[in-house]
Design a protein around this ligand. Structure first.
Ligand SMILES: [Fe+2]
Length: 370
């Protein structure tokens, strides 16, 4: 299988072959899979706001002397889709992007099982969470991240192997129905109107139906796709189920799904401060989210990840080195002006400081909502 890479438009040399259909934000097909990039198309894509595409490694010539734009002491701008060599799921993420984009359920199922196996064998699942990147690719990156986050919850809370596998596969396939939604609705910039929202909501049932067509997928996994938007208090969709009527694994996917979607920057919205997302999620304890699933989520998922740039209430800029398992809002950081390493949880000089800004990998500054 050829290696598929995601590259920035500005790095592609003329003559490269594109490996997926590319749509404009309005949903119009602007370049069909297999077509060759021309200068005119590149310009058109940039005008339309398309910044990255999938290309087959080896067939693509990249301009490798383009300088990497750096943040103020932080990470390069284009690292969002590049995973470090330390990331044990690098290969699975590349394969998973391809299988999901091709709506290949069997292939995605297989990749998810490989992710589950590696997570269980890693012995340091929280380190793997630090390697996740919240990108701009919508359903595909979201599904891969959700798979890993759900699997991490299973591992950290002592689930048996089969249930961890189910969580990872369910996370991978929960939004597969979105791949069948009109791209004009799926990728719309700005708020959906009522009609569009109703269309978007059909993805849960649509995903269930598509998974029913596939005999290799268990009923459990199908139900995780069907029920992952049901709320604990019965206000969700598609069936307005509540409490124990909702499969427990679907309740876990629900909280992880919302957390991942809110933390990520998407084509239609900016990312939110991860601490604020945590507060949002906690504020819906027992209403939107099941309490047991929430407790497991809070025990597992860090508010800040390695590499995040944050600003403290006294104006100090820091970069996160490690999340803190005891209090995910107080990570280990390096101060960017002095390069001094500070433990925000234990250092008395910093206990009263709070995180007020989060500077995303793409350079967007997200201020605290409070
Ligand atoms: Fe969904």
């Amino acid at each position: 299988m050829a290696e598929i890479r995601i590259v920035a438009i500005r790095k592609i040399k003329i003559g490269s072959k594109v490996q997926c259909d590319i749509y404009s934000k309005d949903g119009a097909l602007i370049l069909k899979k297999g077509n060759v990039m021309t200068e005119h198309i590149l310009e058109k894509l940039e005008t339309m706001g398309v910044t990255r595409v999938l290309v087959e490694a080896g067939t693509v010539e990249l301009i490798d002397d383009a300088p990497e734009k750096k943040e103020d002491g932080g990470l390069p701008k284009d690292n969002i889709d590049k995973y470090s060599d330390n990331f044990i799921l690098k290969k699975e993420f590349e394969q998973g992007k391809e299988t999901l984009l091709n709506k290949d359920v069997d292939g995605s199922h297989e990749v998810a099982l490989s992710i589950a196996g590696k997570l269980m064998a890693s012995g340091s699942v929280k380190k793997e969470l630090d390697e996740l990147k919240y990108g701009t690719e919508g359903v595909v990156t979201h599904s891969l991240n959700t798979a890993v986050l759900a699997g991490a919850i299973g591992i950290e809370n002592g689930f048996p192997k089969e249930e961890i596998e189910q969580l990872v596969v369910g996370g991978m396939l929960h939004d597969i129905g979105k791949l069948y939604i009109d791209p004009a609705v799926l990728n719309k910039k700005g708020r959906l109107n009522d009609r569009e929202y109703e269309i978007m909501k059909t993805h849960a049932e649509e995903g269930y139906r598509k998974l029913c067509d596939n005999k290799g997928v268990s009923q459990h996994i199908r139900l995780m796709a069907f029920q992952h938007h049901e709320n604990n208090d019965g206000t969700g969709y598609p069936k307005r189920l509540h409490g124990d009527q909702i499969l427990f694994e679907a309740r876990i996917i629900h909280v992880v799904d919302v957390y991942e979607a809110m933390t990520a920057k998407r084509c239609y919205k900016d990312s939110l401060l991860s601490g604020d997302v945590m507060e949002f999620v906690m504020g819906r304890y027992a209403t939107m989210f099941d309490t047991k699933a929430m407790d497991m989520f809070l025990k597992t998922i860090p508010a800040y990840k390695k590499g995040d740039l944050i600003k403290l209430s006294d104006g100090t800029k820091c970069q996160v080195l490690e999340s803190n398992p005891k209090n995910s809002l107080r990570p280990l950081v390096v101060l960017l002006d002095s390069m001094k390493v500070v433990d925000l949880y234990n250092d008395r000089n910093f206990l009263s400081k709070t995180v007020t800004e989060y500077i995303s990998k793409e350079g967007d500054i997200v201020k605290h909502n409070n």
